[in-house]
Design a protein around this ligand. Structure first.
Ligand SMILES: [Zn+2]
Ligand SMILES: [Zn+2]
Length: 111
């Protein structure tokens, strides 16, 4: 599969299917789900992500946090039990969800 094809003009019109992309940072394959694609389009983001959820969180916290990357916490998703990273310290009272569960509309999030 040619990943370059996924970044073209057809991005907005083809949000019906899950896509498998390759993270440029850690090299792992990650799912860019159909619901997540719709979320991107709804927010006028017209390009597919080049990083997996975890690397995006790490990158975002690096670029926004003046205190460095020390605020990243590794947590277990309350729904699928996948390891995920969040740019804050969970207080243990609210459940934390991974990227795919957050964008899963069929999941009832109790936040
Ligand atoms: Zn990654
Ligand atoms: Zn999950």
């Amino acid at each position: 599969m040619n990943y370059a094809d996924l970044m073209g003009d057809d991005f907005v019109s083809q949000t019906e299917f899950d896509r498998y992309l390759n993270c440029v940072d850690c090299g792992c394959d990650f799912v860019f789900s159909a619901s997540e694609q719709k979320h991107f389009v709804a927010n006028n983001v017209n390009s597919a992500p080049s990083r997996c959820h975890n690397c995006r969180v790490i990158l975002r916290s690096r670029s926004t946090s003046r205190k460095g990357a020390g605020s990243i916490s590794a947590v277990v998703c309350a729904s699928c039990y996948a390891l995920t990273y969040v740019p804050y310290k969970p207080n243990g009272q609210k459940p934390v969800y991974c990227g795919s569960c957050l964008f899963n509309p069929s999941l009832e999030l109790c936040v």
